[in-house]
Design a binder for this molecule. Structure first.
Ligand code: ZN
Length: 266
């Protein structure tokens, strides 16, 4: 049994700011549905690998970032963060799946992880739009990627502005199909990260160190000055207390090994 890096999973946005929408359908609702089915599928995949998953409590992005960095600081170990979003564009013909990452083009670990995610979701009718660095996003920098202390992926799973994709994502069966596809993708991404971070593998450590000098998750410390802010910021709602011990305990409860049915936050 190979224990893969822990995935910190977040459904993009939150009820107070639910992202892109079409009539009564919101990006956040779609993302939650897909994450729900993704979690169920991870418990079912017959695999020699164990992919631990931690559900990031629903909250504002800034609070989610603090939460995942605090999780990493307290629990440690290799982990990666995945947030599910739904895209929108003024041209309703545009459709497909893409994934943002913090790596560089040309075979970085994070780009390879993003490629695995895109490949798992893409179909001829649901085309791949490829992987992108955060610098290629409209915002030039994505908090989920730049302020998290571990490798992070942001999946734009489909377009709410494309009628066919929207209706698929609106349906329960569509969310389930996408959750199942994405489950394979994140496991592939975790396997890839595991192969890179395995110290037995020649060159692996050097590649990581070189690439993530600004995001050194191996050192177990959040970057970007978030450490200083952590004690001042409350944990997401529903977490017990502010003491590190309580927090660690509460967070452990959110780790679901394969086979466990999930009725949690996503
Ligand atoms: Zn979004």
């Amino acid at each position: 049994m190979v224990v893969l890096p822990t995935m910190l999973l977040s459904a993009g946005h939150h009820p107070g700011d639910s992202g892109a929408s079409h009539e009564d359908l919101t990006e956040h609702d779609i993302a939650r549905g897909i994450c729900f089915y993704l979690m169920g599928e991870i418990g079912r995949i017959p695999s020699s690998n164990q992919l631990p998953v931690v559900v990031v409590p629903t909250d504002m992005l800034s609070s989610k970032i603090v939460w995942v960095n605090k999780y990493y600081k307290l629990v440690g170990g290799p982990c990666f963060a995945v947030e599910v979003h739904v895209n929108s564009f003024h041209d309703g013909n545009v459709r497909g799946v893409s994934c943002y990452h913090a790596g560089i083009h040309g075979g970085s670990m994070q780009q390879e992880m993003a490629k695995a995610v895109v490949a798992s979701v893409a179909r001829p009718s649901w085309p791949s739009r490829g992987t992108k660095t955060q610098a290629e996003s409209n915002l030039k920098s994505l908090g989920w990627i730049s302020k998290t202390a571990m490798p992070a992926l942001l999946v734009e799973i489909g377009f709410i502005t494309n009628r066919t994709q929207r209706e698929f994502m609106r349906s329960d069966s569509g969310q389930q199909a996408l959750g199942i596809r994405l489950a394979r993708g994140v496991e592939d991404a975790a396997v890839f990260m595991h192969s890179f971070t395995n110290d037995d593998k020649p060159g692996g450590e050097a590649m990581i160190r070189g690439e993530f000098s600004g995001k050194d998750w191996r050192e177990g410390r959040a970057q970007d000055g978030l450490d200083d802010d952590m004690t001042a910021l409350p944990l997401p709602r529903g977490r017990g207390g502010d003491s590190d011990e309580d927090t660690t305990e509460a967070m452990k409860l959110q780790v679901f090994p394969p086979g466990v049915k999930v009725t949690g936050e996503v």
